[in-house]
Design a protein around this ligand. Structure first.
Ligand code: DAH
Length: 345
């Protein structure tokens, strides 16, 4: 009998030692300690023993059971520690390795100019309008007083999508949409920044895609003086205090009178330098008083109200402000160029 017990014990210890996983160990537990296990089988032998031997036998089986349980528990802890160590080794991070550098983007210089203009004009009570880049001929030309066959259509070489649809050539299209939308209601005070497109050959000063910001104010007693004051305020904010603004007569079909607007050169303070080609002035935008016919076409009574409008090229402003000499830089996505602007942001 004792031999049988010794054998169960040594089999159990051997099985426990060689169990490599918690599942295997559990199998061992069931095999030896389960209801139908080997130790229970030893217990059932007790009933055939003489009465006086029963207590001692029972005690020895219990001791055996206790030892097997203890060894099982010890092995369980050992296996769990091994698993933990393996997991740690697997997840080990070499904190001395150089990290991956995260490239952080910078604001595009044109967006910086756009943000600046928006902040400036919102501060003066303007709202910001947005509109489609794929535009109807009607808004881009017709309502802007440029009917079919008007020679002014040649001023802007256009990408047509079909005879009535085009890529807007100027943000003035948005001016027309907003005038139409207002249905004669005053006042109107808005800017519209956005992309525009022209069939130009790209070179240092031309790009088939560029950005403009339109400005439009319509109300009672709006005059050219209001336009001049507004643009002077803008020039000072964009190019530094002390800028002067001058108007030169010009022609746009949607304004009367029309003006080209020059700013006193921020580089030489108007004395004359290579940037302003010695003149002391730099042309920055086109503007004028909204043509009475444009107001009438859009349902305004041009006897009772008037308005001014302007359209400024953002590339032009950015080029002057940051000393950029080639407009194509804005569209080449060269990181060396773009990264230069993080310090201005
Ligand atoms: N749309 C003109 C252009 O792209 C710029 C312009 C001139 C806009 C005069 C205006 C304006 O609103 O009044 O050349």
């Amino acid at each position: 009998m004792s031999d049988q017990m010794e054998q169960v014990l040594s089999e159990a210890l051997e099985a426990i030692r060689s169990a490599e996983t918690p599942d295997a160990l559990n199998e061992v537990r069931i095999h030896f300690l389960g209801k139908k296990g080997s130790i229970q089988a030893l217990m059932s032998l007790m009933k055939d023993l003489p009465k006086e031997e029963k207590p001692a036998f029972g005690q020895r089986v219990n001791t055996l059971k206790a030892e097997v349980s203890e060894k099982l528990e010890a092995r369980r802890e050992e296996l769990s520690a091994l698993a933990q160590t393996a997991k740690m080794a697997n997840e080990k991070i070499d904190i001395t390795l150089a990290g991956t550098k995260l490239e952080i983007g910078t604001t595009h210089p044109l967006i910086m100019i756009q943000n600046e203009l928006e902040e400036l004009f919102v501060g003066m009570g303007y709202k910001i309008a947005e509109g489609p880049e794929v535009e109807a001929d009607y808004y881009n030309f017709e309502l802007a007083n440029i009917p079919q066959d008007h020679p002014a259509r040649d001023m802007q070489d256009t990408f047509y999508i079909d005879p009535n649809t085009l890529l807007r050539t100027h943000t003035t299209a948005m001016q027309m949409r907003e005038l139409e939308k207002a249905k004669g209601q005053l006042p109107i005070k808005l800017i519209c920044p956005g992309k525009v497109y022209r069939r130009d050959d790209d070179d240092a000063t031309h790009s088939h895609q560029f950005m403009q910001c339109e400005g439009l104010v319509v109300g009672e007693h709006i005059t050219l003086a209001d336009l001049k004051g507004t643009l002077e305020y803008m020039a000072n904010a964009m190019f530094g205090e002390g800028r002067k603004v001058r108007f030169r007569p010009s022609y746009f079909p949607f304004t009367e009178p029309s003006v080209e607007v020059d700013v006193s050169c921020p580089f030489c303070n108007g004395k004359g330098c290579s940037v302003c080609k010695g003149s002391g002035w730099i042309e920055i935008l086109g503007a004028g008083m909204v043509h009475p016919h444009v107001l009438e076409m859009n349902g305004f009574d041009s006897e009772k109200c008037s308005g001014f409008a302007f359209g400024v090229g953002l590339e032009r402003v950015a080029m002057l402000k940051y000393g950029i000499d080639d407009i194509r830089n804005f569209y080449l996505n060269d990181l060396r160029f773009l990264k230069m602007f993080d310090r201005f942001d």
